[in-house]
Design a binder for this molecule. Structure first.
Ligand code: MG
Length: 502
């Protein structure tokens, strides 16, 4: 038994190291790698994926885990060892359903699909990406065949990102969310305030944007000796290890709000990554997030509930104003706060306002579901995308760059991933509601730039659990109930009825 325990911990440690190497290769590809490095990078990434998968699914590891899973042995294990063994058994059992040869094949396919997507997006030409995406969709279906969860094929994809979530449950939440959001949107867009609203041409130089982003990172408490901020097309967070978490943003837009909110968002992810259980759970399957939805709840919480609040802008508006006084001189804080929270149905998900954001996600979920149900085919995607944009948001992309080609996820084979953005957004609203109940002085603390209590609340309620429970269980423990989009709609109504006087 001792031997088996030693062995499973040694293997998990090595798998963590592989994970760090894979993360570094991926981070480099998105930030600094020259374009022509893609083919060799595909081989490097595929090799690490294969080695990692082979190790995780090896007979030897499986046999040791089975020995420990024997009820006579399991009952004698310490609480921590037991949790690790049970989790490991579940994870390996799932992974063993997928052949190594398939893992390598999908890794190669997606690594080549990424530059094709980039080129297609740049040229706004779906046909460049089409053959790659067709291959990926077929591979995803093949994958579902291996996992083979009950119900619609899509359940097998969802489960990878949000364990235990099903199409049935999600459709219930999303159908309610969709109709409520469309109704809210109609109210707002027919209001007088909406009619009169306009944007502001506020420019902030790249250097100043970077400075402001560094201020907010500092205030949120991200340790700089354990993190980096770099630039990529699409902002993201990744971990090379417990003391090395990387975030990215994009300063291309002259409007400083994109880099600002994306930095706040990714910092929320990074704070969670840096607070994964260490000590006894370090380098084990427990020391991770239970789901992407819960991970996203951490970024959305900071981005929306904190950084789009009035209290937050009382703190941050002066910092923006000082960065470019010439652009902000005639603008008062109330006008700026309203501008930051303007509802504007738009084409690009990552630039969407807080209210319309989830409609972008639901659109992708509906398309993915139909693809996996063999109801539609890849060549139909651009047209269907545009139809759904019109139906849900009342806007139509002028080209595929603004439409179906905008996100990189499909190029990476990440089907079933998009819903976690909305799940995280809903969780975030539930957490914020609970936080304001637990600590009514939270708005004062935000206004004073004191985020310590918020961070320790999140650590206590979410971060410290790692994967000891499923995401929905953690939320239930903190908020008294699992995923509930009604709380999010309630939060939106409170905020936007007031902003638009409806
Ligand atoms: Mg995120």
């Amino acid at each position: 038994m001792e031997d088996s325990l030693d062995y499973i911990y040694k293997e998990q440690k090595e798998l963590s190291v592989y994970g760090g190497i894979a993360a570094l290769l991926g981070w480099d590809q998105m930030t600094y790698m020259p374009a022509d490095g893609a083919a060799e990078r595909a081989e490097q990434t595929a090799l690490i994926s294969r080695l990692s998968h082979e190790k995780f699914t090896s007979e030897k590891l499986w046999n040791h885990v089975q020995k420990l899973m024997n009820p006579n042995v399991l009952g004698t294990l310490q609480k921590k060892d037991k949790a690790v063994v049970v989790r490991l058994q579940k994870d390996i059992e799932k992974s063993r359903k997928v052949p190594s040869e398939f893992v390598e094949r999908i890794s190669k396919t997606t690594t080549l699909a990424y530059p094709a997507w980039q080129e297609a997006r740049e040229k706004s030409d779906f046909s460049i990406f089409l053959p790659h995406l067709e291959k990926i969709v077929e591979l995803e279906k093949e994958y579902c065949g291996f996992i083979d969860l009950p119900g619609p094929r899509y359940n097998s994809l969802l489960d990878d990102y949000e364990e235990g979530m099903t199409v049935d449950r999600l459709k219930g939440e999303f159908d309610f969310l969709k109709s409520s959001l469309i109704e809210l949107l109609e109210k707002i867009t027919s209001s007088e305030i909406y009619e009169k609203q306009h944007g502001f041409d506020k420019k902030v130089s790249v250097e100043k944007q970077r400075e402001i982003c560094n201020v907010v990172i500092e205030k949120m408490g991200l340790p700089r000796n354990r993190s980096r901020l770099d630039v990529s097309t699409h902002p993201f967070t990744t971990s090379m290890g417990y003391d090395d978490v990387r975030i990215t943003t994009n300063f291309e837009r002259e409007n400083p709000l994109f880099s600002f909110f994306s930095t706040v968002h990714e910092t929320g992810h990074a704070l969670y990554e840096l607070r994964m259980p260490r000590d006894e759970y370090k380098n084990t399957v427990i020391s991770d997030s239970p789901s992407l939805g819960l991970h996203e709840s951490q970024s959305r919480f900071w981005e929306n509930m904190i950084a789009r609040s009035k209290s937050f802008w009382n703190l941050f508006y002066p910092i923006f104003k000082n960065s470019s006084p010439e652009y902000f001189k005639d603008l008062d804080i109330e006008t700026w706060y309203r501008y930051v929270n303007q509802v504007r149905p738009s084409l690009i998900r990552v630039e969407a306002d807080e209210l319309t954001y989830c409609l972008h996600v639901i659109l992708r979920f509906e398309l993915e579901l139909e693809l996996m149900n063999d109801k539609i085919n890849v060549p139909e995607l651009p047209g269907l995308w545009n139809e759904k944009m019109q139906e849900m948001l009342g806007v139509s992309p002028a080209n595929d760059r603004e439409g179906v080609l905008q996100d990189m996820h499909w190029s990476g084979g990440s089907f079933g991933y998009f819903p976690t953005y909305a799940i995280g957004t809903i969780y975030a609203s539930q957490l914020f509601y609970q936080l304001t109940k637990d600590n009514p002085s939270i708005y004062d603390e935000i206004e004073n730039g004191n985020f310590t209590n918020i961070l320790s609340w999140l650590e206590e309620k979410i971060h410290k659990h790692g994967r000891l429970m499923a995401a929905d269980e953690i939320i239930k423990k903190v908020c008294g109930e699992g995923l509930n989009s009604k709380v999010f709609i309630g939060y939106l109504k409170d905020k936007y009825y007031d902003l638009y006087d409806v």
